[in-house]
Design a protein around this ligand. Structure first.
Ligand code: PHE
Length: 498
């Protein structure tokens, strides 16, 4: 039996019963007894892999000596003596017995006397004292020959003294499959007390987790985060969806009658509908800047700014709401340059179609430092998008209420053979930064892009409703691979800021 066959035999037997009491009882498929030494080799290899455990059963085996084998076949000396003595009162002369049996006569007589099978008649003759005998020695020898042992240890000692049997040592094994866990059944039967448990293997590689998979959007988010961290950015706390209009619009110098504030574009909260939790002194400065330019050289929008409008709670329409709050916080202390980023969800009251949902994610970067220029913004965009694998970008003048200049970012899409918008950027206006309290020479460059578009391209999803929302197949979330930006995909990876 090959080692491989032995291993299969052991494992299948253990799978059925959990243990093998004595490997001596284990036979090969052809019914042959197994070589215990080969078996030991196989078990050691299984044990080293913590698959089984075993104990050695040291056992004595008894074998017959040549003489013992002879007597097992033909009967003991004492029995031969008895048979040589004829029944009746005449008996047999000792000298004749000697002639008949030779050496056996001497040993046999002593035993036969002891067994009270014969007696002396006078000094020269022997007679039977019983009619028949059982040759127990022969019975014992045959038992030892057949079973390699005897149930009565005294018999073994006695026969060894008579040099009819000999002791050999031998072994077999008791094999157990190691338990890996306590089961209900083990507790119920009490088996846990004696079961052999597999040792913890702290070097083992764990099973792939069944849950806890990142959504593709979150996988792509991880890639963006790495780019930002690599470039020395801090992550902004975007962990709230509800904002006051103040941080989302007013602090960004977005006039209160701006169409984006319309309920067609923005979700307003019903309950609570408002919050006045924004700094009063800042609100005052924002009001003056909107109305007449305040402390800036701007003339403002020339309308009456209403606090009630700023207090309206909304689902934030862009993560720039958090950027304005973070810049305000930055301005509260002595100025230090800062690089912030966020990647989180925003909401817009849009009609839903294959490429638009009412909620999506924005990637946003903000850099504040003294004397930054538009050249810094362009240079920075180059580096940032190259890290995504996008080599060729172009800028187009655009408009945002809070940036001047503003630039849409375009990337050349080799597949579509055209320039595609991938982001929006600009330098925050003094009308936004001065009221926040930043020193007048501090410039803030910022940009934003959508997370959904690059994710859909990366994972080959054409309908946004297959990516986000109630129709999403949960299994696909589990099955999608992790995301890595590489040069090749980057050329395809174009996103549109909505
Ligand atoms: N907030 C802009 C948007 O929602 C993106 C942007 C961020 C533009 C920062 C300029 C600067 O589209």
């Amino acid at each position: 039996t090959s080692a491989e066959d032995l291993q299969t035999l052991v494992l299948t037997t253990l799978d059925k019963g959990g243990h093998i009491h004595d490997s001596k009882d284990l036979t090969a498929l052809d019914g042959q007894p197994l070589d215990q030494l080969n078996l030991l080799g196989v078990l050691n290899s299984l044990k080293s892999r913590d698959m089984v455990d075993y104990d050695t059963i040291d056992r004595e085996i008894w074998v017959l000596t040549d003489e013992g084998r002879d007597l097992a076949d033909t009967g003991s000396h004492e029995a031969r003596v008895f048979s040589a003595v004829p029944p009746g009162d005449d008996g047999i002369a000792i000298a004749e017995l000697q002639n008949l049996l030779g050496e056996a006569a001497k040993i046999g007589q002593g035993k036969a006397f002891k067994n009270r099978w014969i007696n002396k008649k006078g000094t020269t003759h022997l007679v039977r004292t019983v009619e028949s005998i059982v040759d127990q020695t022969q019975v014992d020898l045959r038992e030892i020959r057949d079973t390699q042992t005897h149930k009565d240890a005294k018999v073994l000692v006695e026969l060894k003294k008579r040099k009819l049997v000999d002791k050999r040592s031998n072994f077999s094994l008791t094999i157990e499959k190691q338990a890996t866990d306590i089961t209900f059944e083990m507790l119920q039967t009490g088996e846990w007390k004696t079961a052999s448990f597999k040792k913890y293997n702290f070097d083992a590689v764990g099973l792939a987790p069944q849950g806890g998979h990142l959504h593709p959007l979150m996988k792509v988010r991880e890639e963006f985060r790495h780019i930002f961290f690599e470039m020395g950015f801090e992550e902004m706390p975007t962990n709230k969806f509800v904002e006051s209009s103040f941080w989302n619009f007013d602090a960004l110098f977005q006039p209160q009658q701006h169409p984006a504030r319309d309920s067609h574009d923005t979700f307003f909260l019903k309950d609570p509908a408002t919050s006045d939790r924004f700094p009063a002194d800042l609100a005052e400065k924002v009001k003056r800047t909107h109305e007449n330019g305040g402390d800036t050289t701007s003339t403002g929008y020339n309308y009456r700014w209403k606090r009630e409008e700023a207090e309206k709670l909304i689902l934030r329409t862009h993560t720039t709401a958090v950027s304005s709050y973070m810049l305000y916080k930055l301005a509260q202390e002595e100025f230090r340059p800062a690089k912030y980023f966020s990647i989180d969800r925003v909401f817009r009251n849009e009609s839903v179609d294959a490429t638009h949902l009412a909620e999506f994610h924005q990637v946003e970067g903000v850099i504040a430092d003294r004397g930054l220029t538009l050249g810094d913004l362009i240079g920075f965009m180059d580096v940032f998008f190259k890290k995504m694998g996008i080599e060729r970008i172009r800028f187009k003048p655009a408009y945002n209420p809070y940036t001047e200049p503003s630039m849409e970012i375009f990337s050349y899409h080799p597949g579509l053979k055209q320039w595609v918008e991938i982001g929006n950027s600009g330098m925050f206006r003094p009308e936004m930064l001065i009221p926040l309290g930043l020193p007048p020479d501090v410039r803030v460059i910022a940009w934003g892009l959508g997370l959904e578009r690059p994710t859909m391209i990366k994972y080959g999803i054409s309908n946004i409703r297959d990516l986000l929302g109630h129709k999403v197949n949960l299994a696909m979330i589990k099955d999608y691979p992790i995301c890595r930006f590489d040069k090749k995909m980057g050329r395809e990876l174009v996103g549109v800021v909505q």
